[in-house]
Design a protein around this ligand. Structure first.
Ligand code: NDP
Ligand code: MG
Length: 403
């Protein structure tokens, strides 16, 4: 019997934004394993022209974009005669995102990732959003845009990707609530005094995950989990009280869906972002890239504990911001971004981060408050971007005055 030739499937066209970061590099690591399945169209980064040029030489995208002010000339000389077209600035990136594409992975850090996701969704495209800050600051706008233009958002943050994997659509009506796990970060067992004295080096040392600097600090304060509670409310259209958080130091279970019949469906995997990234790259299929499954007998036991709100007030603050509604989540996110940057620059102490967010919410301009989270859809993009900027200026000066 003659064998039928294998059906040729065209390579998926992929854009990787935040290509030089932890999410970008993990995505490209997977893409490199399957050169016949994926073809890179755009690689974008902010400042790191050298790393971007290295990636361009390796992945031969049609376009590279440096969104920051520097690095364009460096890219031009590094990539002369390569055939890669070089661009500079966020506007150039937004124009390029109008090109046809199968998947855009958004691994930009901070609210700077908002406009690129919106642009992809406005084209009816598919966006794998790791960039949680945009979902926190402008969740309703992203979801509305996605619905309006027939786009697709693939949850990419590990916990949300876990929920996405075990969320059974036919049983939607029987979903009671969901649970996000938290490793507890580097200060899980630290006293309040030790947390107050935390250095940048200590805060960056995450026990389980290798990540960029901003999210590593978010994990240490546990504001990462706070942002993720809001991210889950947005992505899965749930009220805040249906998003539970449980501390699970091994980071093997990433998320669970709790059904009304008493079943809990969980997704397990190593603490490696390539697991959720491979899911979004291959979606709705799966990539057979993982050489080994996790060895449960080697792990032995999985531990779970409640969150200590006394030492880690961040999740409570995020829940409060979500329930305040209006621009409060955008304010929480902006205050966090500016305070984390100040901590990384060694200008403020570790606990000043949470103090700054607390202050930002309690000193919030009255106009920023709308009674319910659902009223978020009445808020314009310009309003959110202006509030982000205003909060960053307000909280920077507040932190400056306290020094
Ligand atoms: P990194 O700091 O490692 O990388 C950030 C990337 O974004 C870099 O490529 C950087 O470019 C680019 N970038 C930074 N600022 C801007 C800007 N203003 N405009 C455009 N591009 C910019 O971050 P991570 O990869 O760790 O995180 C990225 C996002 O994914 C965050 O929102 C984070 O919360 C989320 N996430 C990350 C996880 C992880 O494991 N790392 C897990 C789950 C979610 P350059 O290098 O040139 O500065
Ligand atoms: Mg996460």
């Amino acid at each position: 019997m003659t064998q039928r030739p294998a059906k040729m499937v065209p390579a998926k066209i992929i854009n990787v934004l935040g290509a030089t970061g932890s999410i970008g590099m993990s995505s490209l690591d997977l893409i490199a394993k399957y050169p016949d399945q994926f073809s890179v169209q755009i690689l974008a980064a902010h400042n790191n022209a050298d790393a971007l040029a290295d990636l361009a030489e390796r992945f031969k995208p049609a376009h590279v974009v440096i969104t920051g002010a520097d690095g364009y000339e460096q890219l031009k000389s590094r990539l002369a005669d390569s055939g890669v077209v070089i661009h500079q600035g966020m506007d150039a990136l937004l124009d390029l995102l109008m090109l046809d594409c199968d998947l855009t992975i958004n691994g930009i850090s901070g609210v700077a990732g908002l406009l690129p996701s919106l642009k992809v969704l406005e084209q009816g495209g598919t966006c794998a959003i790791a960039n949680k800050e945009s979902l926190v600051a402008a969740g309703a706008i992203l979801m509305d845009t996605c619905r309006k233009y027939g786009g697709t958002i693939l949850p990419t943050d590990s916990e949300h990707n876990a929920i996405f994997q075990v969320w059974s659509k036919p049983h939607h009506h029987a979903i009671k609530d969901i649970t996000l796990t938290a490793s507890g970060g580097p200060f899980l067992h630290a006293t309040k005094a030790e947390i107050a004295a935390a250095t940048v080096g200590q805060a960056l040392r995450h026990p389980n995950w290798q990540m960029g600097r901003k999210i590593s600090i978010d994990s240490a304060t546990m504001m990462n989990k706070g942002l993720e509670v809001i991210e889950a409310c947005v992505l899965f259209d749930l009220p805040e009280h249906k998003v539970n958080v449980v501390v699970h130091p091994q980071s093997i279970i990433h998320g669970l869906v709790n059904y009304a019949d008493g079943s809990m469906l969980a997704q397990l995997g190593p603490a490696d972002m390539r697991v959720p990234l491979s899911y979004v790259l291959a979606w709705p299929d799966r990539l057979p890239w993982a050489e080994q499954s996790i060895d449960l007998t080697a792990i032995g036991a999985l531990d779970f504990m409640g969150l200590d709100h006394e030492r880690f007030p961040a999740v409570g603050l995020a829940r409060q911001a979500w329930n305040m509604g209006g621009l409060a989540p955008a304010i929480l996110n902006a205050a966090n971004e500016v305070a984390v940057a100040a901590f990384l620059d060694q200008k403020i102490g570790f606990t000043d981060i949470i103090a700054a967010i607390d202050h930002a919410l309690s000193d919030m301009p009255k106009v920023a408050m709308v009674s319910t989270a659902s009223a978020l859809s009445d808020i314009s993009l310009d309003h959110i971007l202006a509030t982000d900027l205003e909060t960053k200026i307000r909280i920077s000066s507040w932190l400056e005055e306290r020094r």
